[in-house]
Unconditional design. Structure first.
Length: 404
């Protein structure tokens, strides 16, 4: 078996499910060579990468760095109360609804609903609320405070690659001269660590990593977009949750390392049963739409990889071969590969059959995408289910297979 790639999808609070999967991987000594993270998966993936590069990827370390953070420190109340306008890193943070409410004296978590400030600033704040002049419920202030405790190891002992998916609201769809349609809103921000990496390089990358994680986790309406200038870009983009660009980019992780032949895909929100009730508020509607979209990405990308696998297997049987078994560099082989949808024989030779190992909840995770932020016990249930599901799948699909 070659190397393993890992895709950690988004899921807002349901992203806690991935922590259980990561713990099961640590128990079995399964370390991915490349990780792609989206939204909550970007946060989990970066934390996982930090343990791998320091050679500290153990169940105990996963529990301390991921499980305890999710259960003990992540809540809507913390997101709401941490804001300080003087600490805002950008104007969009100051336009969060919790900032406007707090400045007006409204605090639903402490059951305070009557305005307590009647100065001109409060009246201006009320006008902004009534006009809808805000971009999100929460700012990134609490994320940034948590980041102070997330210090990437200075000394890199083991190599790992990581990519976070973000969605650019300033992107566009274009029709090129050859009439191909292209989109420019999905962006993969790549990172990599290798043994004896210079500390200065590591530090510069770490700063970019934090901003990218914040952007990938900026679920629309919940968190404000991030204004970032990406390397090589002439002007900044406005980035939000990468799950709206691609919540299961299997092809991306395959291309990150030429030796990857197995991809573990973790999707906390693909099990979409009929709702218990009609979605009758904004959170229920948005949660339902996001879960349906997440499932669509997984299904489309999974079948795309399976299609390529079938093409590779079929072409391998019909292409002309040399006596030693190598594929001939003939015109026939070149044309056949192009007819099959590859760029040519060289492209075919670079490809390999990849096994997809999906890990999804055996039963749908309870609550909306945000429910776990208000109930730590619910987060623990998500983690425990991820641990149980991953143990079963990994033992059946990877550990037993490696032993045989």
């Amino acid at each position: 078996m070659g190397k393993i790639g890992l895709v950690l999808s988004g899921g807002v609070a349901k992203g806690a499910y991935e922590v259980g999967v990561i713990q099961a991987m640590a128990e079995r000594g399964i370390e991915p060579a490349a990780i792609v993270g989206i939204s909550a998966g970007a946060l989990n993936g970066a934390l996982m990468a930090s343990l791998i590069v320091s050679e500290n990827f153990t169940p105990a370390a996963v529990i301390k760095k991921l499980r305890e953070t999710w259960v003990e420190r992540v809540s809507l109340s913390h997101f709401y109360h941490c804001f300080d306008g003087d600490e805002a890193h950008q104007d969009l943070d100051r336009k969060s609804l919790n900032n406007l409410f707090l400045r007006f004296g409204i605090d639903p978590f402490n059951k305070v609903y009557l305005p307590t400030r009647f100065d001109p600033k409060a009246l201006a704040t009320l006008e902004n609320i009534l006009r809808g002049n805000f971009v999100s419920m929460f700012s990134h202030a609490y994320f940034r405070r948590l980041a102070h405790d997330f210090e990437f190891p200075h000394d890199v002992k083991k190599a790992v690659k990581f990519s976070a998916v973000i969605c650019n609201l300033m992107g566009q769809t274009t029709l090129s001269e050859d009439e191909s349609i292209e989109t420019a809103w999905a962006h993969f921000e790549d990172f990599g660590w290798y043994p004896n990496m210079p500390r200065t390089e590591n530090f510069i990358q770490y700063s970019r990593l934090l901003d990218t994680i914040f952007a990938s986790s900026s679920f629309p309406l919940a968190f404000s977009p991030m204004r970032l200038t990406m390397p090589g870009a002439s002007k900044p983009g406005l980035f939000v949750d990468g799950g709206f660009a691609d919540n299961a980019p299997i092809g991306k992780v395959i291309h990150m390392d030429s030796e990857i032949d197995t991809v573990i895909v973790v999707m906390a929100t693909t099990m979409v049963p009929p709702p218990e009730q009609e979605p009758d508020n904004i959170l229920l509607v948005f949660s339902r739409m996001a879960e349906m979209l997440a499932g669509k990405f997984l299904i489309n990308n999974y079948h795309r990889v399976q299609k390529v696998n079938r093409q590779l297997a079929a072409l391998g049987e019909v292409l002309e071969k040399e006596p030693g078994g190598e594929y001939k560099g003939s015109a026939f082989n070149e044309k056949l590969c192009i007819a099959a949808g590859f760029e040519g024989l060289a492209d075919f030779r670079r490809r390999r059959i990849v096994r997809i190992v999906p890990i999804i909840p055996s039963t749908p995770l309870k609550g909306t995408l945000f429910a776990g932020f208000q109930d730590p016990k619910l987060l623990e249930q998500y983690i425990d289910l991820g641990l149980a599901n991953a143990r079963e799948v990994l033992d059946k699909r990877l550990v037993a297979g490696a032993g045989g």
